[in-house]
Design a protein around this ligand. Structure first.
Ligand SMILES: [Fe+2]
Length: 243
């Protein structure tokens, strides 16, 4: 009997992306590169039912669409730093919105300091700023939050590397196994030019997908700079994952 090529057992086929539009597996000069990125090609493995289900009803327990990291409690003063508004949508490869996706974000304060025991940078802690938030996308996949622009910070195990201002994001789909992690950068930052992670995405157009877009400025209350960026989870236009 003639043999036939095995048919793919994948439930869906996604438009493949060009490797240059994603992070390099090994980033030259990045000391922790091998702990962050797989050095071997990924293999597909079947998911169990418990991996495919849950978390459920997140939108009942978490803020939906919008949250404010710049004001720890209603009625208190805002934390120190340049106030910014960040908004966008979470989309699939066809541009369809992903409603109910859980977004977590974490960032340094305006001085480039995280509240974390591993952060040895001698910049001041802002006691009112936790630097993290969690929300769920709305019906159109939209999210928005108010925060402060994070500061740049030096990388401890390097003698030259400063990270440019950036915000870390983790996005969960319908199950815990669908986790996506990246960082978003700010346009026009000189330190973007030398950042190993930003430039670990070789394709310049793909780097724009991990760069906030400054929106037209407005003066009013509240005074804040507005940025936008969408997250595309798959396909040729996929937002590069940066860990
Ligand atoms: Fe960071």
């Amino acid at each position: 009997m003639a043999s036939h090529p095995a048919k793919s057992t994948a439930p869906l086929e996604y438009a493949p992306y060009d490797d240059a539009t994603q992070s390099l597996r090994q980033i030259p000069r990045y000391p922790r590169s091998f702990t962050r990125n797989p050095s071997q090609p990924l293999i597909r493995r079947p998911l169990t039912l418990s991996e495919r289900t849950g978390p459920a009803d997140l939108a009942r327990r978490l803020p939906v669409d919008r949250m404010d990291l710049s004001r720890p409690d209603a009625g208190t003063a805002r934390v120190a730093g340049q106030l910014i508004h960040v908004a966008g949508r979470v989309l699939d490869e066809d541009g369809a919105p992903l409603a109910g996706a859980m977004i977590e974000l974490w960032q340094a304060n305006a001085s480039g300091k995280y509240i974390h025991e591993m952060d040895r940078h001698e910049a001041p802690v802002d006691p009112n700023f936790t630097g993290w938030g969690r929300l769920v996308t709305g019906a159109e996949g939209e999210y928005e939050f108010i925060t402060i622009k994070p500061g740049a910070y030096p990388v401890g195990e390097s003698d030259w590397w400063w990270r440019p201002p950036h915000i870390h994001f983790s996005i969960f789909g319908v199950s815990w196994m669908q986790r996506y992690v990246t960082q978003m950068f700010f346009p026009g930052e000189a330190l973007n030019e030398t950042d190993l992670l930003y430039n670990g995405v070789p394709d310049p157009e793909a780097r724009q997908r991990i760069t906030f877009q400054l929106q037209p400025t407005k003066v009013g209350i509240p005074n804040l700079l507005r940025y936008r960026q969408d997250f595309v989870m798959r396909g040729k236009r996929a937002t590069p994952a940066v860990d």
